[in-house]
Design a protein around this ligand. Sequence first.
Ligand code: MN
Length: 260
Amino acid sequence: MSAIDLGAFAAAIIQGEIEIIDLTHTLAPEFPTIVLPPEFGQSSPVRIETISRYDADGPAWYWNNITLGEHTGTHLDAPVHWVTGKDLPDNSVDTMPTRSMIAPACVVDCSAQAAADADFLLGVPALQAWEATHGTIAGGSWVLMRTDWSKRGPIAFANIGPDGPHTPGPDADAIRWLVEERGVLGFGTETIGTDAGQGGHFNPPYPAHHYLHGAGRYGLQCLANLDRLPPTGSLVVAAPLKIRRGSGSPLRVLGLVATR
Ligand code: MN
């Protein structure tokens, strides 16, 4: 008998003393896919094509073929996704350590700021203010930026203007501080990327991708229901598909929250 009581943990799930919150959007063709400037390659959107549905193509069974980019819907970014992480060991979704797939989460509520300013940037002072209330961000944690962006319809979610997308995210100092000073496992957002929509103009460009993946850390994006997680104390399960040399993967993200 182990000193760690997984039986009690399982019983708490069965009895509803641990709530399992779905932090995932439904994978569907209408969910916005990232669009890069036209000179770059583009991600396939999600396609779902029926093979058979209790019909001549399969009288007793229903199944689909699916086509999707690695970075569609709610998904994880692995270190190999960015050039800064390309030479790190175990940097793709098939080789990332399984212990990185379950981790505690710190949720930073930026919903009011994001509602007032689509280009809101989370900075170090706001993270330090969060810590003054909730305690120091523990190494190995996810930091999840709640913006309530997941509650928007597709057009307002992508929020693309003539000069590109306008969505909130971390500034360069904040993400570097989280990686270097706090040793976070990764950074998660409700928006279409871990970086702000205008992050290509930052220094360095796309700083969340640059610093996270250069340090072997992970990104989660297009998360949902972050308003249902407490600031601290939840456990996030995020296990990507085991795609050979995969740079990322759609996945089901679960938030475990104790109800008492
Ligand atoms: Mn991605």
